[in-house]
Write a protein that binds this ligand. Sequence first.
Ligand code: C6P
Length: 402
Amino acid sequence: MLNVAKLRKDFPVLEENPKLAYLDNAASTLKPKCVIDAVDSYYAKLGVNVHRGVYKLSYLATDAYEEARSKVADFIHADFEEIVFTRGASSALNLVASSYGLSNLKPGDEVITTELEHHSSCMPWLNACNQTGATLKYVPLNKEGRITVEAFQSILTKHTKVVAITYVSNVMGYITPIEEIISLAHQVGAVVVLDAAQAVPHMAVDVKKLDCDFLAFSGHKLCGPTGIGVLYGKKKLLEKMNPIEFGGDMADDVNLNSMTFKDAPYRFETGTPIIAGAIGLGKAIEYVSSIGLDEIAKYEYFLKQKAVEELKKIPNVILYNESAETGIIAFNIEGVHPHDAASVFDNNDVCIRAGHHCAQLIIKWLKTVGTVRASFYFYNTLEDVDKFVQSVKEAQEFFGSL
Ligand code: C6P
């Protein structure tokens, strides 16, 4: 079991707000002191640009930035050149659709996605299909709202060129049976773009084992800084892709009527990169790895199960994802708008998210206006669960009596 009391001391926000039950970890996690210090140290001790300067400080900054890329690569079992730093999962997923998608898709081609996607996973492909004339198809979800291998197979054809799919749903917390899906997609020659924003922070991910073609995640959901994210792409694919932004640091040779670019990943990192963010992410990865991703996954699930057991005893609670394998709970209180319910949680210092979670397709599929979502991480406690359950009861009693 994790030493949660000790881990909590690593988080200044928790030290500052001892009453806080922070259960909005799917939106963003809190930041440990070591990450804050790593970012601070870059600004205090280096603070200069990378790749350009011909002086010692710049070499040191470049080393720190590139060391962060190595840490990310090792963390997900990728090669160094397969890691592109981006602003977050959203920009990583957009990069693939705008570069790979727009150059490879044509009328008659098919892209498969699902109604469980975050907007950042499906919208770039909706746009790419609109622009190229390719067809966007959705995997029919099962009764629980899950993606199944059989349903995926039922719409896979020899015309499928891209599969844009979530690894873990940010609304339902379901884990997609991704290995089988990737293997089936490869049988028809399609590439798989995996949105791993809710997976990488919560479970061990090995891109080589998965054999996904692209994978995206954000630093800020993994104890890292905001404004930094990662696109993993197989080297043979990244090498053939065009940049989508042009300018500083990514150029190889520029002439009046022609230009060439650096190799991947640098051709995709236009301008001064997110140096402090990358260094902070490297530290976050070290920190989270020292706790252990398997331990984190087990603990989040334990807390979620405890909360679900209690939720089921409260009348008029609609639970949407009882069987989720992760630390996400999606629910509503019958007759209460999720935003109204949220105000009760806030009064009790319980941070949850309410609304459509930037995933309107699944909210529409659930035939609701939004859900209340609690999402756990390794620093949450059984006391947090109690406060959460107490808030659900209070919201139910208060609004139920109106
Ligand atoms: N989901 C949530 O509260 P960015 O914003 O680029 O860091 O991550 C986008 C993103 C992509 N995919 C999934 C599955 C996600 O959950 C998110 C972010 C947050 O659920 C904020 S909307």
